[in-house]
Design a protein around this ligand. Structure first.
Ligand SMILES: [Zn+2]
Length: 122
């Protein structure tokens, strides 16, 4: 009588993952960055849409101020997309140091690191 189960089961195969080499470990990949930027853009577009829908009753000046601010962010998002394409995304435009990943998670379209943003703030 066999004491052990016969070794018919195969040793576990390594799962066939598709290789996705990350050129900069610890940095978000371009695909993830694009998704974040898309999300940021969509939420701004939704805000603009909501503004235009309340346009009749609300204060025109306030509305155009808000719409202008949103459109400035949309422009920054477009510029961030361009920086993803040319490979400069994630570096501060002022000091050229890498912008911290946590900051890019909160503000995926930001152009400056925290110290430079602080200096640029009016
Ligand atoms: Zn900087």
């Amino acid at each position: 009588m066999p004491l052990d189960a016969s070794p018919t089961s195969q040793p576990p195969q390594a799962p066939a993952h598709s290789q996705q080499p990350d050129p900069r470990p610890g940095r978000p990949g371009a695909h993830e960055v694009r998704q974040r930027l898309e999300h940021a853009r969509n939420s701004r577009l939704a805000q603009l849409q909501a503004l235009s829908e309340t346009g009749q009753s609300a204060d025109d000046h306030l509305l155009s101020t808000q719409a202008g601010a949103i459109q400035r962010v949309l422009k920054e998002i477009d510029e961030a997309f361009a920086r993803v394409d040319d490979g400069s995304y994630g570096s501060c435009l002022s000091c050229a140091k890498p912008v911290p990943a946590e900051r890019l998670e909160i503000l995926p379209y930001t152009r400056y690191c925290v110290p430079c943003q602080g200096r640029a703030a009016v």
